[in-house]
Design a protein around this ligand. Structure first.
Ligand SMILES: Cc1cc2nc3c(=O)[nH]c(=O)nc-3n(C[C@H](O)[C@H](O)[C@H](O)COP(=O)(O)OP(=O)(O)OC[C@H]3O[C@@H](n4cnc5c(N)ncnc54)[C@H](O)[C@@H]3O)c2cc1C
Length: 432
């Protein structure tokens, strides 16, 4: 209990007073089961960093326990019963997360439950849903997103990995990169080109790919700070049965949009990977993190340092309240689903501003510090995550301006050109 939010605040806010009898019974069952089976949430412990293989193994165990304990697995509460979930409404999911706040949740399943699961529900065949969803909820399958390629990630519709039909199988060749957790994943959602003779968005297909097969070589990318969170994959005649095409052949772009929207919606709901919700509602934990940093640096009584810490706390509060408002608005229908783009953008902005403040506070010490080292953690790695992961800040700005504000589209010169007629890596002619 020592390390939990409850121990720091002395209280934990829940919405118990709103419970119906059925919800109350669910809450008590969840509370009792979690207390007996889940490890405590430890502030500062990495959430879904794939660098720590022991944590990944722990999360597999926790996901299994949640499923075995009749709680539907992490986020399986609203999933229909025929696919292994509990078939309950969102209110039960909120209760689950309220009760889970003091505990570690299996955050490494974030990709699977926040991104892949909605894609399977929206575009999967009955067979695919019955085969794959229970394996996510029971902890058997961790999933990776195989989207970005060495040739670029922002222009997602420009993927070069190709898939050819041979009999009742597809054969995939190409390379994917920056795959979070590729080295520990069992399955991947892979976008590949199936028809290069049509415009780039039209010739794509989404595949459910078994990561443990001979043609799939997964190479962890060693980061400057030491560990490996991401991978590059080389696909050499990777085989996918025809039954594992997700959505229609040549309509992979529709699935990819669901995939990207699900990630943004998860952020907007404020519990992206299940962590944000727990952290966001506990300002006290966040402020205690800044306080710890100030103590480490010996600047607790410094007026300027206190000003910076104050700004960082206000920034977190603005993000927290905005994401809660967006979540409530999306749920009630008062705000459009595109509000998720705004929250996602705000999340990136907040993270950048917060790290700038922390860097100012840490001074030169922040430059040499790395997570896991003795120096202060000012969150540089979180900036990379929010600045680039899930789409860069610039692409998010484009999305908000075009889709949310209805401003004119960015000019595109290859949108309507057949993919095999687009020039790749063409050297521009220099003037003069
Ligand atoms: C933490 C993290 C996790 C990730 N996880 C995954 C994963 O699991 N699976 C996966 O497939 N990928 C993943 N990625 C990759 C990520 O999606 C890509 O890095 C991102 O989409 C950008 O692609 P890129 O790096 O190729 O940059 P590029 O697309 O080459 O962009 C380079 C720069 O040009 C800018 N730019 C490009 N096009 C435009 C434009 N039209 N308008 C304005 N500016 C533009 C970009 O904003 C960027 O600053 C992850 C990345 C990070 C940082």
């Amino acid at each position: 209990m020592e390390n939990t939010a409850e121990a720091i605040t002395g209280e934990r806010r829940t919405s118990e007073h709103l419970d119906t009898d059925e919800q109350r019974a669910f809450r008590l069952r969840a509370r009792e089961y979690m207390a007996a089976n889940l490890p405590p949430r430890i502030p500062g412990q990495p959430a879904n960093s794939f660098e720590d293989l022991e944590l990944v193994a722990l999360d597999r165990e926790i996901q299994r326990k949640l499923y075995d304990g009749g709680l539907g697995g992490y986020a399986g509460i609203t999933v229909p019963e025929e696919y292994g979930g509990l078939g309950l409404d969102r209110r039960f999911e909120d209760i689950f997360f309220e009760e889970a706040e003091p505990y570690r949740l299996p955050w490494h399943y974030g990709n699977a439950v926040v991104i892949v699961l909605p894609c399977l529900l929206a575009h999967g065949t009955e067979e695919q849903k019955k085969k794959y969803i229970p394996k996510i909820l029971s902890g058997e399958h961790l999933w990776a997103q195989l989207l970005s390629e060495p040739s670029g990630g922002s222009d997602l519709a420009g993927v070069l990995t190709r898939a050819e039909k041979r009999g009742d199988e597809w054969v995939l060749n190409g390379s994917k990169v920056w795959t979070s957790g590729g080295h520990v994943s069992d399955m991947g959602l892979c976008l590949a080109r199936t028809d290069p003779t049509v415009r780039k968005h039209a010739g794509l297909t989404m595949f459910l790919v078994d990561m443990h097969q001979p043609g799939m070589s997964v190479h962890p990318i060693r980061l400057v700070r030491g560990g490996s969170d991401f991978c590059q994959e080389f696909l050499d005649d990777v085989i996918v049965p025809d039954g594992d095409v997700l959505g229609e052949v040549n309509d992979g772009w529709t699935v990819a949009r669901t995939q990207l929207n699900s990630e943004r919606a998860g952020m907007a709901r404020g519990w992206h990977y299940g962590l944000r919700r727990a952290e966001a509602s506990e300002h006290i934990v966040i402020s205690s993190r800044y306080k710890r940093l100030a103590e480490e640096l010996g600047v607790v009584d410094d007026v300027d340092a206190r000003q910076l810490i104050g700004e960082a706390i206000v920034l977190d509060a603005v993000y927290d309240l905005t994401s809660k408002r967006a979540a409530a608005g999306m749920r009630s229908g008062a705000l459009p689903a595109t509000i998720g783009m705004v929250t996602s953008l705000l999340s990136a902005r907040t993270s950048i501003d917060r790290t700038a403040l922390m860097s100012a506070l840490a001074g030169p010490a922040g430059v040499v510090a790395a997570p896991g080292s003795d120096g202060p953690d000012i969150g540089l790695d979180r900036v990379v995550t929010h600045r680039i992961g899930g789409g860069t800040l610039e692409m998010q700005l484009n999305l908000v301006s075009e889709r949310h504000l209805g401003l004119p589209r960015e000019p595109s010169f290859d949108r309507d050109v057949p993919f095999n007629q687009i020039k790749h890596n063409a050297t521009p002619k220099l003037a003069g």
